[in-house]
Design a protein around this ligand. Sequence first.
Ligand SMILES: C[S@@+](CC[C@H](N)C(=O)[O-])C[C@H]1O[C@@H](n2cnc3c(N)ncnc32)[C@H](O)[C@@H]1O
Length: 346
Amino acid sequence: MSALAHDPRGEAARALALLPACGFAPEAVEALRALCAAALAPAQDRRLAGWLDAAAALPAPRGAVEAAGAVRAGEAWGEEGAGAGEGARAEGLLRALCPWRKGPLWLGGTHIDTEWRSDWKWARVRPHVEGALRGARALDVGGGNGYYGWRMWGAGASAVVVVDPGRLPHAQFCAAQRALALALARRGAPPPPVGHLPLTLEALTGAGRGTFDMVFSMGVLYHRRDPAAHVAALRAHGRAGALVVLETLVWAREGDAELPLAGGRYANMGNVWSLPTPARALRWLAEGGLGGGRLVDLTPTTVEEQRRTAWMSSFSLAEALDPADAARTVEGHPAPVRALLLAEVP
Ligand SMILES: C[S@@+](CC[C@H](N)C(=O)[O-])C[C@H]1O[C@@H](n2cnc3c(N)ncnc32)[C@H](O)[C@@H]1O
C-alpha cells in the first residue's frame, strides 16, 4: 500500500491488531475477527458498502493534525494547488455519511458541525482523566464514531479501542481515521493508535477479557436493561487499579432511587431503561465490585450542547423538551442532566 493509501475496509483488522497489547488472547482475537466480519457483512445493512466507498474516496488532507485541543486533520483537501472543487467533492463524500452526531471534526478544510458539542463533554471529563491517560491503553465502550477515542489519543493514550455496534458510526470512524491517517502519512507519521470494533461490549466480553488501564462508558448505561451487568463487564476489562469512567444521564436529586420510565422512553429517545440518581449509580458501581466510586461532575444538557445542525438535520434536544416548560421533557420527566462518575478496579 502506498504511503497515501488507507483502506477504510481494513479498519476492523487494524483495531483487532491493537488487542494483544491490551490483554486479549490470540483465540479471543480470532473469535472477534469472525464477529466483525459478520457485523460488517453487506446483508446486515445495504447502506454500509456505499458509506465505506465514500470514506475510501476521500482525498488526503494537507496540513497539521491535532487531537489535543480539537480533532483536526489538515486545513485543505488534496494536493497543493487543488481547487475548490476538491474541497466540495470531499464535503459531498462526508455528507453521504450524515447524520453526524459526535464531534465537531475538522477534516481537510471541512468543519463537520455535529449534533453534539462532544468537545464540551470532553472538557468536563478531561481534567479528571488526563493524568491517567498518559501512556494508557483505553477501552471506550459505546464510543460512537470514535470522537473521544481521538481525544484520548490527543491526551497521550498509547492505544484506544472503541467498541460500538452502530454501522454508521463505524463508517464515520473509517472516514475520519482515513483523513487523519493520510494527513499524518504526508509527514511520515503512523496513523492514530485508535481502533473501532463494530461490536457490542457483550460480544467483546463473550470472546475474551482485556487488561485495559482505563475503561470508559459514556452515554451507554441508560440504554442497558441490566445496569449491574454493564458495570460488571466494564470491570472485567480493566486491569487491577484501572480507572473506570462512567458518564450517564441521571435523575438529579438526593437519595438512592430510579426515575420510573414508561416504555423505555425519555426525551424522545426509545431504549432508555434506567435513570438512576447519582447515589443509585454509585451503588451500582460498588455492587459491581468497583472501589472508590465518586461523583465528579453533574451538568444539565442545554440546547446549545445538543442541537440540530446542517450535519444532523432531524429532531434534537429542543424538540424533546416540553414547549411550555423547558425544565421537563415531552414525556413530563425532568430535563436531561448528566453525571460523571469515577471508580477503580480493585
Ligand atoms: C448516546 S450514544 C453515546 C456516544 C458517546 N459515548 C458519547 O458519550 O457521546 C450511545 C452509544 O452506545 C452504543 N451502544 C448501545 N448499546 C451498546 C452496547 N451494548 N455495547 C456497546 N455500545 C453500545 C450505541 O451504538 C451508541 O453509539
